[in-house]
Design a protein around this ligand. Sequence first.
Ligand code: NI
Length: 330
Amino acid sequence: MKNFLKPLLLPICALAATAVTARAQAPVPSPVSASSSLASAPTPGAANNNTTAPLPPPPTPSVPADGGTTPAPSKAVWSEVRVNGPYIAMTFDDGPSAALTPGLLDLLKQKGVHVTFFVLGSLAKDHPEILRRAVAEGHEIANHSWDHPNLGKMPDESVSSQLNRTKDIITAATGKPCDLLRPPYGSMTALQRHWFHDQLGYKIILWSVDPLDWKDHNPSLITRRLVDGARPGSIMLAHDIHKTTIEAMPAVLDELLAKGFKFVTVSELLAMELPPDPKKASSSSPSRPPRPSLAPGVPATINGSVEPMPGPTPALPAAAPSPSATPKRN
Ligand code: NI
């Protein structure tokens, strides 16, 4: 396994380094994020040690999906997008929720806002009509796994099943396959990142603004974090399974629209991406002040994004009457 993986190491490391570089351009909210990000990505040894199980034998292990003709690996992971203009992508994870998502769609329609839903296959299978409606109204549906496991700790066959079953549900419901993936918790190994992108054809979408709405069930706080955190090119995280998140949305949308932001889907935002700024010191967009402060102790993913992880992490507030009644945090 090691021998056949050798040809993959360089592109993997280059990909990992790219992701780390991208994160480094924007302020990283916690030193834990930065160190975690750096620790797991750039060293060749880490690529192997970081993996809980070997990849299943890919059809062409030594040839990337691009045919190996490009001089450098293509970009695989986005936390934000460099764009020219006040465009942002609002994203909603972990649904659809039969109780909450239709009301959110009503609001989005009223405001003329298009968003991206990263859905769970296990929920989408019971509500394909919500997915159909979302697509009919201009929104985008994307893959967030079947039932929200930590993919970075799963055997490859299970990961495959998580992604493929969800993709099939989305395709069946909407008539179009999706090529955007957000791993739950933003968690994946370096090898999985390569696999998801180069072999399975996914663009891996993380986020740059996190309102921590899974933890703080406070509409005002959620509103402030999203509105204050937004920058041109931001990918904004939220969850349409929390009532308080939905309650925050009228103000969030109104305030962001009033500030001149234009909402697009993630794919639309990616289509606007500018080449990397050669100067890098200052871009056409305003300088980036620090992001909203984030809860200390919240673990980081290998990409430096902050999202609660399963396991011995800070517990949810006891009183969190999520309409989905699921104990998931994220
Ligand atoms: Ni999630």
